[in-house]
Design a protein. Sequence first.
Length: 176
Amino acid sequence: EGFPYFLGIGFSTAMAALVGQAYGRGDMARVREVVARGRLLITALLLPVALAFIFIPHLLVRPLTDDPEVIANAVRYLRVIGYFEIFLGWELMFEGVFTGLGHTRDYMLISVPLTLARWPAAWLLAITFGLGTPGIWWAISVSTLLKGIWASWLFHRGAVAARLLMPREPQLASLQ
């Protein structure tokens, strides 16, 4: 899973720079274009990864170990997270988008509650519903899905989007 995560981190960094540059110029059309292209590209790059995790996880795991129990658990893990890898990319990409817009608080209000919700959700799924360790994987994956969708919605919809994309007056640093 390291590959898709670090790909997402790279996109986050790139989006922060590209969105911040366009936003700083007051070019809101370019901001929207960068975000649209970024989401399309991260989706295109993570789709084959997601499909590999879902359909051929054993081919990814077997070169790393010959322990049948480890292989079985790793295959189950990759199949669970495979359905959510694209949303991991969106989650990380939009973190960079909000950083570039200077609206890190908005993203924090998405990320922190959903990350904290992983604990009770994991407990509920793993212990209460008896799913064991896969319940933890599902809790983390569903929160990733929700973060990716919520961040995308926040950027694109209604008054919130208008506020996010409203150009601000440049702030000059005080030398005092």
